[in-house]
Design a protein around this ligand. Structure first.
Ligand SMILES: Cc1cc2nc3c(=O)[nH]c(=O)nc-3n(C[C@H](O)[C@H](O)[C@H](O)COP(=O)(O)OP(=O)(O)OC[C@H]3O[C@@H](n4cnc5c(N)ncnc54)[C@H](O)[C@@H]3O)c2cc1C
Length: 414
């Protein structure tokens, strides 16, 4: 096989963006996946490029909410009882990272990366001919009660500090933006600088096509075949063994499968999530993603229909689907928006790859020369794929990274 400078393992939005940024710097790159480009987690998400993310998702601080989740009466979260002992250490670390002071610290640490999210997508979309997927019309979060809206005060303070615009709206204001919403909410917040896409799979495929146009190759292979040979990394592919001095791991929720073989470990858990597609009734429509904050789901207009995505389910990554949250969500969702018949009758399950401090790992793998990690993007892998790709490529090329990589080092878990 021809000279390869770098192997990228995993062709989700993160790995594909990394591969494209490396190819743009003139490197000879092979992108390896056992499935099709963008067909796993990066296919089924809610399509939000959430560049104005401020606070990460937090462990519930409200005893009532926790009790509802424990009793499996919550619509926003679910769990498999048999899985709890396995995920307990992660949950405790997540709870510790959810203290108000830690959340505020995280907000400051992640801002430089998130602030580039939309611009980095726009740049790649322009060269990949994918701009038609992009909607730069923000997203709307609705709040049914006063308590949940009042709890936003710290986030509004941080938004002002970061210079992020928002509009706090009443019911009529929310309906002015989205006329098909019913007045089941008291408040809405419009975040105009968020963007979204109408087909996340289409976006990743377009970036992959741009990558191959620049000379990159996409191969089928099992990432778990990666091993050292001399001072290089070798992966087995359908076209034979592939050697390179540098290798980037971007395996999303499957990252631990390879790290374990290499003797590395990260506290990576999954928050599973589901989606279903619906038609809208009559002339109803949506222009942008809507978060129903207390109920804990999103509805987003996609090419396939209205995509309804669920919140977190704590269960083993490979356990059978258990989409019980839909039973609790559907009556509330139908009350908000006139969802019609299922568009394709399918229920999709994906796994958000999450670290307990809600920051991805982007940088060198500890103690493994030439190995890089771009993993753990949790709720924001679509958002951060291109920014991560730029950052890794800059570091690998010896250029100064556009933002401080220290918050993303794997060593923070040592
Ligand atoms: C319900 C839901 C809604 C979401 N909504 C949003 C949103 O609105 N905005 C947002 O920014 N993010 C969202 N996310 C999160 C986002 O989808 C993920 O963070 C992102 O897709 C992760 O991308 P990735 O490239 O790391 O992983 P993946 O897309 O899973 O890519 C990993 C790749 O590795 C490959 N692979 C795995 N094991 C092997 C192996 N052994 N050999 C070869 N290849 C292998 C897989 O086939 C896959 O292609 C959501 C997630 C869910 C579940």
């Amino acid at each position: 096989m021809a000279r390869t400078d770098a192997i990228v393992l995993g062709a989700g939005i993160v790995g594909t963006s990394v591969a494209l940024h490396l190819a743009k710097r003139g490197l000879s790159v092979a992108l390896v996946d056992r499935a099709g480009v963008g067909e796993q987690t990066s296919y089924g998400n809610a399509g939000i490029i959430e560049g104005n993310t401020i606070l990460p998702p937090a462990f519930p601080s409200d005893a009532g909410a926790l009790m509802r989740i424990a009793l499996k009466r919550a619509s926003e979260a679910n769990y498999h009882l048999s899985f709890l002992p396995h995920v307990l250490p992660w949950l405790l670390a997540f709870r510790a990272a959810s203290r108000p002071d830690r959340l505020a610290e995280t907000a400051h640490l992640i801002r430089p990366l998130f602030s580039r999210a939309v611009a980095e997508h726009e740049a790649l979309m322009a060269e990949a001919g994918a701009t038609h997927y992009l909607r730069k019309n923000g997203w709307l979060k609705i709040y049914r009660g006063e308590k949940s809206f009042a709890a936003l005060a710290p986030e509004f303070d941080l938004a002002a500090k970061f210079g992020l615009p928002l509009q706090a709206l009443d019911t009529a204001g929310g309906q002015a933006l989205e006329p098909s919403l019913n007045p089941v909410f008291a408040h809405a917040v419009f975040w105009p600088e968020a963007a979204s896409v109408s087909n996340p799979l289409g976006v990743t495929r377009a970036y992959a096509a741009r990558f191959t146009a620049l000379g990159g190759i996409i191969l089928s292979g099992d990432a778990r075949s990666l091993h050292r040979t001399g001072n290089r990394w070798r992966a087995e592919t359908n076209e034979g063994a592939l050697d390179a001095a540098e290798c980037v791991v971007a395996l999303g929720p499957w990252t631990p499968d390879l790290l374990k073989i290499l003797g590395l470990s990260l506290p990576l858990a999954v928050k599973r999530g589901y989606h279903r597609h619906f038609r809208a009734t009559g002339n109803a429509g949506l222009s942008r993603p809507i978060l129903d904050a207390e109920v804990g789901y999103l509805v987003t207009p996609m090419e396939q229909g209205i995509r309804l995505t669920t919140g977190a389910e704590f269960a083993a990554r490979d356990a059978d689907p258990s989409p019980a949250q839909f039973d609790r969500i559907m009556p509330r969702a139908r009350a908000l928006f006139p969802l019609g018949e299922p568009a394709d009758g399918k229920t999709w399950l994906g796994s958000r790859p999450c670290l307990p401090d809600s920051r991805p790992v982007i940088g060198r793998a500890p103690g493994q020369a030439g190995l890089w990690l771009a993993v753990g993007h949790a709720h924001w892998g679509l958002t951060l794929g291109p920014a991560t790709g730029r950052m890794i490529a800059e570091m690998m090329a010896g250029e100064p990274p556009f933002c401080d990589p220290a918050p993303y080092r794997a060593e923070r878990f040592n």
